[in-house]
Design a protein around this ligand. Structure first.
Ligand SMILES: CC(C)(COP(=O)(O)OP(=O)(O)OC[C@H]1O[C@@H](n2cnc3c(N)ncnc32)[C@H](O)[C@@H]1OP(=O)(O)O)[C@@H](O)C(=O)NCCC(=O)NCCS
Length: 416
Protein backbone atom coordinates (compact mmCIF):
# COMPACT_ATOMS: atom_id res chain seq x y z
CA UNK A 1 0.00 0.00 0.00
CA UNK A 2 2.70 2.50 0.91
CA UNK A 3 4.48 1.44 -2.33
CA UNK A 4 1.48 2.82 -4.20
CA UNK A 5 1.90 6.15 -2.37
CA UNK A 6 5.60 6.16 -3.37
CA UNK A 7 4.71 5.54 -7.02
CA UNK A 8 2.16 8.38 -6.99
CA UNK A 9 4.77 10.80 -5.58
CA UNK A 10 7.38 9.65 -8.10
CA UNK A 11 4.97 10.26 -10.98
CA UNK A 12 4.09 13.71 -9.57
CA UNK A 13 7.79 14.58 -9.54
CA UNK A 14 8.24 13.45 -13.13
CA UNK A 15 5.35 15.68 -14.22
CA UNK A 16 6.88 18.63 -12.33
CA UNK A 17 10.24 18.21 -14.04
CA UNK A 18 8.67 17.86 -17.49
CA UNK A 19 6.40 20.90 -17.17
CA UNK A 20 9.05 23.33 -15.87
CA UNK A 21 11.95 22.11 -17.98
CA UNK A 22 11.99 25.28 -20.11
CA UNK A 23 12.22 27.61 -17.07
CA UNK A 24 15.78 28.88 -16.49
CA UNK A 25 17.70 27.32 -13.62
CA UNK A 26 18.41 30.12 -11.16
CA UNK A 27 21.50 30.33 -8.99
CA UNK A 28 20.49 28.50 -5.83
CA UNK A 29 22.44 30.48 -3.29
CA UNK A 30 24.85 33.33 -3.27
CA UNK A 31 26.56 35.08 -0.41
CA UNK A 32 24.68 38.15 0.78
CA UNK A 33 26.58 41.39 0.83
CA UNK A 34 24.66 43.51 3.35
CA UNK A 35 22.97 45.90 2.87
CA UNK A 36 21.06 44.38 -0.03
CA UNK A 37 19.58 46.60 -2.72
CA UNK A 38 16.04 45.48 -3.35
CA UNK A 39 12.72 46.83 -4.45
CA UNK A 40 10.08 46.34 -1.78
CA UNK A 41 6.38 46.08 -2.57
CA UNK A 42 3.34 46.09 -0.32
CA UNK A 43 3.31 43.14 2.05
CA UNK A 44 7.14 43.39 2.04
CA UNK A 45 7.14 41.72 -1.38
CA UNK A 46 10.74 41.51 -2.57
CA UNK A 47 12.24 42.40 0.82
CA UNK A 48 15.20 40.34 2.03
CA UNK A 49 15.09 39.52 5.76
CA UNK A 50 18.03 37.18 6.30
CA UNK A 51 20.35 34.55 4.88
CA UNK A 52 19.28 30.97 5.41
CA UNK A 53 20.39 27.44 4.66
CA UNK A 54 17.13 25.90 5.81
CA UNK A 55 14.89 25.93 2.82
CA UNK A 56 14.51 27.26 -0.69
CA UNK A 57 11.39 27.90 -2.73
CA UNK A 58 11.78 28.56 -6.43
CA UNK A 59 8.58 30.02 -7.74
CA UNK A 60 9.16 29.65 -11.46
CA UNK A 61 10.46 26.07 -11.40
CA UNK A 62 8.05 25.04 -8.62
CA UNK A 63 10.82 23.80 -6.36
CA UNK A 64 10.64 23.29 -2.62
CA UNK A 65 13.93 22.29 -1.06
CA UNK A 66 14.80 21.66 2.61
CA UNK A 67 18.55 21.84 3.33
CA UNK A 68 19.27 20.92 -0.30
CA UNK A 69 16.81 18.02 -0.42
CA UNK A 70 13.87 18.08 -2.81
CA UNK A 71 10.40 17.84 -1.25
CA UNK A 72 9.45 15.11 -3.73
CA UNK A 73 12.27 12.87 -2.49
CA UNK A 74 11.54 13.68 1.14
CA UNK A 75 7.87 12.84 0.73
CA UNK A 76 8.76 9.63 -1.09
CA UNK A 77 11.42 8.37 1.33
CA UNK A 78 11.54 10.38 4.57
CA UNK A 79 9.43 10.64 7.70
CA UNK A 80 8.29 13.74 9.58
CA UNK A 81 10.67 12.91 12.42
CA UNK A 82 13.64 12.68 10.05
CA UNK A 83 12.58 15.83 8.19
CA UNK A 84 12.28 17.75 11.48
CA UNK A 85 15.78 16.63 12.42
CA UNK A 86 17.01 17.76 9.01
CA UNK A 87 15.42 21.19 9.43
CA UNK A 88 16.63 21.75 12.99
CA UNK A 89 20.12 20.23 12.79
CA UNK A 90 20.95 20.85 9.13
CA UNK A 91 21.66 17.31 7.95
CA UNK A 92 19.99 13.93 7.60
CA UNK A 93 20.52 11.94 10.81
CA UNK A 94 22.42 8.68 11.09
CA UNK A 95 20.30 5.75 12.31
CA UNK A 96 21.61 6.30 15.86
CA UNK A 97 20.86 10.04 15.77
CA UNK A 98 17.37 9.38 14.41
CA UNK A 99 16.66 6.74 17.05
CA UNK A 100 17.72 9.13 19.81
CA UNK A 101 15.73 11.99 18.32
CA UNK A 102 12.61 9.81 18.02
CA UNK A 103 13.05 8.60 21.59
CA UNK A 104 13.25 12.18 22.79
CA UNK A 105 10.20 13.20 20.76
CA UNK A 106 8.34 10.20 22.18
CA UNK A 107 9.32 11.11 25.74
CA UNK A 108 8.21 14.74 25.36
CA UNK A 109 5.03 13.71 23.55
CA UNK A 110 3.62 12.16 26.71
CA UNK A 111 2.39 15.24 28.60
CA UNK A 112 3.30 15.44 32.26
CA UNK A 113 0.36 15.31 34.67
CA UNK A 114 0.76 19.04 35.26
CA UNK A 115 0.73 19.80 31.53
CA UNK A 116 -2.20 17.46 30.93
CA UNK A 117 -4.27 19.01 33.73
CA UNK A 118 -3.44 22.59 32.68
CA UNK A 119 -4.28 22.09 29.01
CA UNK A 120 -7.46 20.20 29.81
CA UNK A 121 -8.53 22.89 32.27
CA UNK A 122 -8.62 25.47 29.44
CA UNK A 123 -12.06 26.45 28.10
CA UNK A 124 -11.38 24.55 24.87
CA UNK A 125 -13.93 24.19 22.11
CA UNK A 126 -15.62 27.56 22.48
CA UNK A 127 -13.84 29.21 19.59
CA UNK A 128 -11.65 28.20 16.67
CA UNK A 129 -9.29 25.26 17.34
CA UNK A 130 -6.34 27.45 16.32
CA UNK A 131 -7.21 29.73 19.24
CA UNK A 132 -7.30 26.64 21.47
CA UNK A 133 -3.91 25.59 20.16
CA UNK A 134 -2.45 29.06 20.66
CA UNK A 135 -3.66 29.16 24.27
CA UNK A 136 -2.44 25.63 25.02
CA UNK A 137 1.09 26.38 23.76
CA UNK A 138 1.11 29.49 25.90
CA UNK A 139 0.16 27.40 28.93
CA UNK A 140 2.94 24.89 28.19
CA UNK A 141 5.35 27.83 28.23
CA UNK A 142 4.13 28.82 31.69
CA UNK A 143 4.87 25.34 32.97
CA UNK A 144 8.34 24.97 31.45
CA UNK A 145 11.01 26.22 33.89
CA UNK A 146 13.47 26.55 30.98
CA UNK A 147 11.20 28.81 28.92
CA UNK A 148 12.99 32.07 29.78
CA UNK A 149 16.41 30.74 28.81
CA UNK A 150 17.03 32.18 25.34
CA UNK A 151 20.34 30.45 24.69
CA UNK A 152 20.49 28.46 21.45
CA UNK A 153 20.87 25.23 23.45
CA UNK A 154 17.80 25.85 25.63
CA UNK A 155 15.67 27.04 22.71
CA UNK A 156 16.69 23.98 20.68
CA UNK A 157 15.39 21.74 23.46
CA UNK A 158 12.14 23.73 23.60
CA UNK A 159 11.86 23.36 19.81
CA UNK A 160 11.98 19.56 20.18
CA UNK A 161 9.42 19.72 23.01
CA UNK A 162 7.07 21.77 20.82
CA UNK A 163 7.43 19.46 17.80
CA UNK A 164 6.56 16.59 20.16
CA UNK A 165 3.71 18.25 22.04
CA UNK A 166 1.75 20.01 19.30
CA UNK A 167 0.20 16.76 18.02
CA UNK A 168 -1.00 15.89 21.54
CA UNK A 169 -2.59 19.28 22.07
CA UNK A 170 -4.16 19.04 18.63
CA UNK A 171 -5.61 15.68 19.61
CA UNK A 172 -6.97 17.10 22.87
CA UNK A 173 -8.50 20.07 21.02
CA UNK A 174 -10.05 17.84 18.33
CA UNK A 175 -11.70 15.54 20.84
CA UNK A 176 -12.84 17.93 23.57
CA UNK A 177 -14.66 20.05 20.96
CA UNK A 178 -17.15 17.21 20.74
CA UNK A 179 -17.13 16.11 24.36
CA UNK A 180 -14.92 13.10 23.56
CA UNK A 181 -12.31 11.90 26.03
CA UNK A 182 -8.84 13.22 25.10
CA UNK A 183 -6.06 10.68 24.65
CA UNK A 184 -2.50 10.65 25.92
CA UNK A 185 0.27 10.01 23.42
CA UNK A 186 1.58 6.59 22.47
CA UNK A 187 5.33 7.08 21.96
CA UNK A 188 5.61 3.70 20.22
CA UNK A 189 3.78 5.09 17.20
CA UNK A 190 5.21 7.48 14.62
CA UNK A 191 4.29 11.09 15.28
CA UNK A 192 1.98 11.08 12.23
CA UNK A 193 0.21 7.85 13.22
CA UNK A 194 -0.15 9.06 16.81
CA UNK A 195 -1.60 12.37 15.62
CA UNK A 196 -4.30 10.54 13.65
CA UNK A 197 -4.98 8.25 16.63
CA UNK A 198 -5.19 11.09 19.16
CA UNK A 199 -7.64 12.96 16.92
CA UNK A 200 -9.85 10.08 15.83
CA UNK A 201 -9.58 7.73 18.80
CA UNK A 202 -8.73 4.84 16.45
CA UNK A 203 -5.47 3.17 15.45
CA UNK A 204 -4.81 4.53 11.94
CA UNK A 205 -4.41 2.25 8.95
CA UNK A 206 -0.96 2.04 7.41
CA UNK A 207 -2.23 4.10 4.49
CA UNK A 208 -3.61 6.90 6.70
CA UNK A 209 -0.43 6.99 8.79
CA UNK A 210 1.81 7.28 5.72
CA UNK A 211 -0.37 9.87 3.99
CA UNK A 212 -0.42 11.98 7.17
CA UNK A 213 3.37 11.60 7.38
CA UNK A 214 3.69 12.89 3.79
CA UNK A 215 1.36 15.81 4.60
CA UNK A 216 3.49 16.74 7.62
CA UNK A 217 6.70 16.55 5.56
CA UNK A 218 5.26 18.79 2.86
CA UNK A 219 4.01 21.48 5.25
CA UNK A 220 7.10 21.63 7.45
CA UNK A 221 8.84 24.66 5.99
CA UNK A 222 8.19 27.21 3.30
CA UNK A 223 10.55 30.13 3.17
CA UNK A 224 9.83 33.47 4.71
CA UNK A 225 6.06 32.98 4.89
CA UNK A 226 3.94 35.14 7.21
CA UNK A 227 3.88 32.81 10.21
CA UNK A 228 7.58 31.94 9.98
CA UNK A 229 8.50 35.58 9.72
CA UNK A 230 6.18 36.36 12.64
CA UNK A 231 7.90 33.76 14.82
CA UNK A 232 11.30 35.12 13.85
CA UNK A 233 10.30 38.72 14.54
CA UNK A 234 9.05 37.81 18.03
CA UNK A 235 12.18 35.82 18.86
CA UNK A 236 14.46 38.55 17.50
CA UNK A 237 13.67 40.66 20.57
CA UNK A 238 15.06 37.72 22.61
CA UNK A 239 11.57 37.06 23.91
CA UNK A 240 11.31 33.24 24.13
CA UNK A 241 10.52 30.24 21.93
CA UNK A 242 7.02 29.69 23.33
CA UNK A 243 6.01 33.32 22.64
CA UNK A 244 7.45 33.02 19.15
CA UNK A 245 5.46 29.89 18.35
CA UNK A 246 2.27 31.28 19.91
CA UNK A 247 2.65 34.23 17.52
CA UNK A 248 3.33 31.91 14.58
CA UNK A 249 0.13 29.99 15.33
CA UNK A 250 -1.78 33.28 15.41
CA UNK A 251 -0.44 34.22 12.00
CA UNK A 252 -1.06 30.82 10.44
CA UNK A 253 -4.71 30.94 11.50
CA UNK A 254 -5.75 33.49 8.87
CA UNK A 255 -7.57 32.46 5.67
CA UNK A 256 -4.89 34.05 3.50
CA UNK A 257 -2.33 31.69 5.03
CA UNK A 258 -2.90 28.34 6.79
CA UNK A 259 -6.63 28.87 7.15
CA UNK A 260 -7.04 28.52 3.38
CA UNK A 261 -7.27 24.70 3.54
CA UNK A 262 -10.40 25.02 5.65
CA UNK A 263 -11.81 27.66 3.29
CA UNK A 264 -11.15 25.37 0.30
CA UNK A 265 -13.26 22.55 1.69
CA UNK A 266 -16.06 24.98 2.48
CA UNK A 267 -15.87 26.25 -1.11
CA UNK A 268 -16.05 22.74 -2.54
CA UNK A 269 -19.04 21.97 -0.32
CA UNK A 270 -20.67 25.23 -1.34
CA UNK A 271 -20.28 24.32 -5.03
CA UNK A 272 -21.97 21.01 -4.20
CA UNK A 273 -21.59 19.15 -7.50
CA UNK A 274 -19.17 19.01 -10.45
CA UNK A 275 -22.06 20.26 -12.63
CA UNK A 276 -22.17 23.54 -10.67
CA UNK A 277 -18.48 24.38 -11.06
CA UNK A 278 -18.68 26.50 -14.21
CA UNK A 279 -21.57 28.64 -12.96
CA UNK A 280 -19.98 29.03 -9.50
CA UNK A 281 -16.65 30.02 -10.98
CA UNK A 282 -18.22 32.55 -13.38
CA UNK A 283 -20.07 34.17 -10.48
CA UNK A 284 -16.96 34.19 -8.26
CA UNK A 285 -15.02 35.97 -10.99
CA UNK A 286 -17.80 38.51 -11.49
CA UNK A 287 -17.79 39.19 -7.74
CA UNK A 288 -13.97 39.43 -7.86
CA UNK A 289 -13.89 36.71 -5.24
CA UNK A 290 -10.58 34.94 -4.70
CA UNK A 291 -10.74 31.21 -5.21
CA UNK A 292 -9.30 29.67 -2.06
CA UNK A 293 -6.42 27.27 -2.55
CA UNK A 294 -5.10 29.11 -5.61
CA UNK A 295 -2.35 31.65 -6.07
CA UNK A 296 0.85 32.24 -4.21
CA UNK A 297 3.21 35.11 -3.54
CA UNK A 298 6.19 33.02 -4.65
CA UNK A 299 4.95 30.19 -6.87
CA UNK A 300 4.22 31.24 -10.40
CA UNK A 301 4.21 27.55 -11.35
CA UNK A 302 2.27 24.59 -9.97
CA UNK A 303 3.03 24.25 -6.25
CA UNK A 304 5.06 21.00 -5.87
CA UNK A 305 3.20 20.22 -2.63
CA UNK A 306 -0.10 20.33 -4.51
CA UNK A 307 1.42 18.02 -7.14
CA UNK A 308 1.99 15.41 -4.44
CA UNK A 309 -1.28 15.98 -2.61
CA UNK A 310 -3.42 15.84 -5.75
CA UNK A 311 -2.86 12.11 -6.47
CA UNK A 312 -3.09 11.31 -2.76
CA UNK A 313 -6.45 13.09 -2.62
CA UNK A 314 -7.56 11.05 -5.62
CA UNK A 315 -6.40 7.82 -3.97
CA UNK A 316 -8.17 8.49 -0.67
CA UNK A 317 -11.31 9.95 -2.25
CA UNK A 318 -12.22 6.49 -3.59
CA UNK A 319 -13.22 5.50 -0.04
CA UNK A 320 -16.36 7.58 0.10
CA UNK A 321 -18.73 8.84 -2.63
CA UNK A 322 -19.09 12.20 -0.85
CA UNK A 323 -15.32 12.74 -0.86
CA UNK A 324 -15.11 11.49 -4.42
CA UNK A 325 -17.62 14.16 -5.42
CA UNK A 326 -15.54 16.83 -3.62
CA UNK A 327 -12.47 15.57 -5.47
CA UNK A 328 -14.28 15.76 -8.83
CA UNK A 329 -15.43 19.31 -8.05
CA UNK A 330 -11.83 20.21 -7.19
CA UNK A 331 -10.44 18.79 -10.43
CA UNK A 332 -13.03 20.70 -12.47
CA UNK A 333 -12.42 23.89 -10.53
CA UNK A 334 -8.68 23.55 -11.01
CA UNK A 335 -9.15 23.26 -14.74
CA UNK A 336 -11.48 26.33 -14.84
CA UNK A 337 -9.04 28.45 -12.81
CA UNK A 338 -5.93 27.34 -14.70
CA UNK A 339 -7.49 27.84 -18.12
CA UNK A 340 -8.15 31.50 -17.28
CA UNK A 341 -5.90 32.68 -14.41
CA UNK A 342 -3.11 30.15 -15.01
CA UNK A 343 -2.36 31.77 -18.34
CA UNK A 344 -3.15 35.37 -17.37
CA UNK A 345 -1.64 35.59 -13.89
CA UNK A 346 0.24 32.32 -13.37
CA UNK A 347 -2.21 31.27 -10.70
CA UNK A 348 -2.18 27.54 -9.92
CA UNK A 349 -3.35 25.37 -7.02
CA UNK A 350 -1.33 25.81 -3.85
CA UNK A 351 -0.70 23.37 -0.99
CA UNK A 352 -4.11 24.02 0.54
CA UNK A 353 -6.15 23.04 -2.47
CA UNK A 354 -5.92 19.24 -2.15
CA UNK A 355 -4.86 18.85 1.49
CA UNK A 356 -8.42 19.40 2.73
CA UNK A 357 -9.75 16.52 0.61
CA UNK A 358 -7.02 14.26 1.98
CA UNK A 359 -7.94 15.15 5.57
CA UNK A 360 -11.68 14.93 4.90
CA UNK A 361 -11.14 11.41 3.48
CA UNK A 362 -9.51 10.55 6.82
CA UNK A 363 -12.71 11.82 8.48
CA UNK A 364 -10.94 14.78 10.06
CA UNK A 365 -13.19 17.72 10.86
CA UNK A 366 -12.64 20.76 8.61
CA UNK A 367 -11.83 23.13 11.50
CA UNK A 368 -8.91 20.87 12.46
CA UNK A 369 -7.07 21.25 9.12
CA UNK A 370 -5.11 24.35 10.14
CA UNK A 371 -4.00 22.91 13.52
CA UNK A 372 -2.54 19.95 11.55
CA UNK A 373 -0.67 22.49 9.44
CA UNK A 374 0.73 23.96 12.69
CA UNK A 375 1.79 20.48 13.92
CA UNK A 376 4.01 20.31 10.85
CA UNK A 377 5.09 23.92 10.43
CA UNK A 378 6.37 24.12 14.01
CA UNK A 379 9.45 22.28 12.68
CA UNK A 380 10.13 25.06 10.17
CA UNK A 381 9.24 27.86 12.60
CA UNK A 382 11.60 26.60 15.27
CA UNK A 383 14.40 25.75 12.81
CA UNK A 384 14.34 29.25 11.38
CA UNK A 385 14.03 30.92 14.77
CA UNK A 386 17.09 28.99 15.94
CA UNK A 387 19.08 29.78 12.81
CA UNK A 388 18.33 33.49 13.16
CA UNK A 389 19.04 33.44 16.90
CA UNK A 390 22.64 32.43 16.19
CA UNK A 391 23.28 35.78 14.48
CA UNK A 392 20.40 37.68 16.01
CA UNK A 393 19.60 41.29 15.21
CA UNK A 394 16.21 42.66 16.20
CA UNK A 395 13.85 43.16 13.23
CA UNK A 396 12.96 46.77 12.84
CA UNK A 397 11.67 47.84 9.41
CA UNK A 398 10.23 51.27 8.76
CA UNK A 399 6.78 52.48 7.96
CA UNK A 400 6.57 55.39 5.57
CA UNK A 401 4.61 58.14 7.22
CA UNK A 402 2.16 59.67 4.74
CA UNK A 403 0.08 61.71 7.19
CA UNK A 404 0.32 65.47 7.78
CA UNK A 405 3.59 66.65 9.34
CA UNK A 406 2.19 69.16 11.87
CA UNK A 407 -1.44 69.64 12.83
CA UNK A 408 -2.63 72.15 15.41
CA UNK A 409 -4.00 70.62 18.63
CA UNK A 410 -7.65 71.76 18.86
CA UNK A 411 -9.21 71.62 22.35
CA UNK A 412 -12.12 69.15 22.52
CA UNK A 413 -14.81 71.81 22.94
CA UNK A 414 -13.65 73.54 19.74
CA UNK A 415 -13.72 70.43 17.51
CA UNK A 416 -16.43 70.33 14.88
C1 LIG B 1 -1.85 33.45 -1.52
C2 LIG B 1 -2.21 34.91 -1.75
C3 LIG B 1 -2.56 35.53 -0.41
C4 LIG B 1 -1.01 35.62 -2.37
O1 LIG B 1 -1.29 36.95 -2.32
P1 LIG B 1 -0.48 38.08 -3.11
O2 LIG B 1 0.87 37.62 -3.45
O3 LIG B 1 -0.63 39.31 -2.29
O4 LIG B 1 -1.23 38.19 -4.46
P2 LIG B 1 -2.45 39.14 -4.77
O5 LIG B 1 -3.54 38.87 -3.80
O6 LIG B 1 -1.95 40.54 -4.88
O7 LIG B 1 -2.86 38.62 -6.20
C5 LIG B 1 -2.27 39.04 -7.43
C6 LIG B 1 -3.36 39.02 -8.48
O8 LIG B 1 -3.84 37.67 -8.65
C7 LIG B 1 -5.21 37.58 -8.27
N1 LIG B 1 -5.37 36.41 -7.43
C8 LIG B 1 -4.47 35.95 -6.49
N2 LIG B 1 -4.97 34.85 -5.92
C9 LIG B 1 -6.16 34.62 -6.47
C10 LIG B 1 -7.13 33.62 -6.24
N3 LIG B 1 -6.95 32.68 -5.33
N4 LIG B 1 -8.26 33.67 -6.97
C11 LIG B 1 -8.45 34.64 -7.89
N5 LIG B 1 -7.56 35.61 -8.15
C12 LIG B 1 -6.44 35.59 -7.43
C13 LIG B 1 -5.49 38.82 -7.44
O9 LIG B 1 -6.86 39.18 -7.51
C14 LIG B 1 -4.60 39.84 -8.09
O10 LIG B 1 -5.22 40.26 -9.29
P3 LIG B 1 -5.05 41.78 -9.80
O11 LIG B 1 -3.58 41.90 -10.11
O12 LIG B 1 -5.93 41.85 -10.98
O13 LIG B 1 -5.47 42.65 -8.65
C15 LIG B 1 -3.39 35.01 -2.74
O14 LIG B 1 -3.08 34.34 -3.93
C16 LIG B 1 -4.67 34.48 -2.13
O15 LIG B 1 -5.37 35.20 -1.42
N6 LIG B 1 -5.03 33.18 -2.43
C17 LIG B 1 -6.17 32.59 -1.84
C18 LIG B 1 -5.91 32.15 -0.41
C19 LIG B 1 -4.99 30.96 -0.34
O16 LIG B 1 -5.17 29.95 -1.02
N7 LIG B 1 -3.97 31.05 0.55
C20 LIG B 1 -3.04 29.97 0.79
C21 LIG B 1 -1.66 30.32 0.37
S1 LIG B 1 -0.59 28.93 0.49
Amino acid sequence: MTDQIKELIKAAKERAVKETDSEPEPALTSAVDWPVDCKVGLGLEGAVACETTIGYVNGSKGWLIYRGLDCFELSEFSTFEETSYLLIFGKLPTQKELDEFKAKLGKYRVLTQEEWDAVNALPLGKGHPMSDLRSAVSVLGLLDPTSEDTSVEAETEVAIKLIAKLPVITGIVARTRHGEKPLQANPDLSLAADLVRMMSGNEPTEEDARVMDVCLILHADHGMNASTFTSMVVNSSLSDMYSSIVAGIGSLKGPLHGGANEAVLKTLEEIGSPDNVDAWYKKAREQKRKVMGFGHRVYKAYDPRARVLHPLAELLSKRDPKIQSLYEIAVKLESAVISELGKEKKIFPNVDFYSGIVYAAMKIETEMFTPIFAVSRVAGWTARVLEYLKKNRIFRPRGIYVGPAREEYVPIDKRG
